[in-house]
Design a protein around this ligand. Structure first.
Ligand code: ATP
Ligand code: MG
Length: 430
């Protein structure tokens, strides 16, 4: 029978890579914690209207990319991003009643029906943070600083921070008019999506990936020339704060971001080392979203970091997050009595915090040796009737060939632990 394959655009994380994921996740949570962000976990699917209201009717995500499932009489949507569900949970659970700002972070899977490419999947993972309550640009600087610290401490090189302000609904209305006036004479040459965007959400035209739309848009008016006084001051303050923090940035007036809810600050961390999908982290301020989702008017902001893209960058740049765990001691019993003893020893070693294995496949001694070698066991010990009778066993250091006799009694695990630590220390000092 043929095997069933995974859905197009999804990925399996295999045992050889899963440790990098968990090391990364632990690092992300602990770094976010230092900035006061605590983890929130929300459902994988939500009422469809949460995303049409929250992410925006005119976005690609809502118009084309949502996975909406019919379950009995209700329809739900698999989350295409983390912010809407997180804000929903914050409101539903009254978290804004606590002293502000509220800072939450999450690691979750997102689902978008896109054309799969390198760094673009249909199920992908994001680390994200949301901070609610502060309208000050200092909050923007803090959030950007967190993303920056994460990327720096991971050792990511050649990644640049681009910032922009896309204003508030007041200044954006004027900008939309200017954009429409600019693009209208070229309407017939725009791609089909952009012809539609022109009426509904002209700013999205600047984000179109089609060659022709880019060409037409290259002299389009820039939002920064249309900012109202408040938005302009906010942007200036952010730039000053980033400079105070020693964070390099470039102002890129063409960043508009894919989701409708952004106001004022938007930013991206971009690299060109993994091809076309180079935005590793994207975020910004969304001062209107909480109210739009039925909550009290509350300024807020956040970012989402694509973990597959981040891992691609790390791999490309030769950064390893985790070594394979390996096996500290592989026991090779000969005979039933030795096998019983080995079973107990393996369990005792594991309780001691060591990793230990023994054969469970009925292999011959020679094959067990080979298998221990393949596992990269650091130590092995053959236990037979003689060892049982003498009450001691020779533990062999596989790297040096050195053998040390250990008593086969209650002190075995502690004695082995000493040898194991000494071996680690010796390796470190070499
Ligand atoms: P892009 O412009 O690359 O489509 P986006 O603006 O749609 O990104 P956001 O919705 O802001 O992205 O999501 C935040 C981050 O999540 C992105 O910067 C990226 O790292 C990651 N991401 C978004 N879509 C995908 C995807 N389909 N596959 C893998 N990662 C993704
Ligand atoms: Mg996208």
């Amino acid at each position: 029978m043929e095997i069933i394959k995974r859905p197009y655009g999804t990925e399996d994380v295999l045992p050889a890579n899963s440790k990098s994921w968990s090391v990364l996740e632990t690092f992300l949570r602990s770094t976010a914690e230092k900035y006061g962000f605590s983890e929130i976990r929300v459902p994988t699917f939500e009422e469809t209207s949460l995303f049409s209201r929250g992410v925006g009717e005119t976005t690609d995500v809502v118009q084309k990319e949502m996975y909406t499932v019919l379950a009995k009489e209700s329809t739900f949507t698999l989350r295409p991003e983390g912010t809407a569900g997180t804000i929903r949970a914050i409101l539903e659970n009254g978290l804004l009643n606590e002293p502000l700002p509220l800072r939450v972070c999450y690691i979750l899977s997102c689902f978008r029906h896109e054309r799969p490419q390198k760094g673009r999947l249909r199920e992908f993972h994001q680390f994200g943070v949301e901070m609610a309550g502060s309208a000050d640009a200092m909050a923007d600087a803090e959030v950007i600083s967190l993303a920056n610290q994460i990327l720096t401490q991971l050792g990511v090189k050649d990644i640049s921070l681009r910032i922009n302000s896309i204003g508030c609904p007041a200044c954006r209305a004027k900008y939309h008019e200017a954009l429409k006036a600019y693009f209208l004479p070229h309407k017939d040459r725009l791609c089909e999506t952009c012809q539609d965007r022109l009426e509904r959400n002209p700013m999205r035209l600047l984000d179109c990936k089609s060659e022709i739309c880019r060409e037409i848009g290259k002299d389009a008016p820039l939002i920064l020339d249309y900012l109202c006084e408040d938005c302009a001051a906010h942007f200036e303050k952010l730039k000053a704060d980033l400079t105070l923090l020693g964070i390099d940035y470039t102002v890129d007036p063409r960043i508009v971001r894919g989701l409708d809810y952004y106001t004022k600050t938007v930013f991206e961390f971009v690299t060109d080392c993994i091809g076309a999908q180079g935005t590793v982290c994207g975020g910004g301020r969304y001062d209107g979203l909480i109210e739009q989702l039925g909550g009290p008017a509350t300024p807020a902001l956040g970012f989402g970091m694509g973990l597959e893209r981040l891992l691609l960058v790390l791999e490309k740049q030769g950064v390893t997050l985790a070594e394979p765990t390996g096996v500290d001691l592989f026991l090779i019993p000969m005979g039933d009595a030795a096998s019983d003893k080995a079973l107990q020893l393996v369990a005792a070693l594991r309780r001691e915090g060591l990793s230990s294995q023994m054969d469970v496949m009925g292999r011959s001694m020679r094959k067990q040796m080979k298998y221990a070698d393949k596992l990269g066991a650091r130590f092995t010990a053959v236990i037979g009737d003689t060892e049982l009778a003498e009450g001691k066993v020779a533990v062999k250091n596989m790297a040096t060939g050195e053998k040390i006799d250990l008593p086969l009694d209650d002190s075995f695990t502690a004695r082995f632990a000493d040898i194991e630590i000494a071996d680690r220390l010796a390796k470190e000092t070499v």
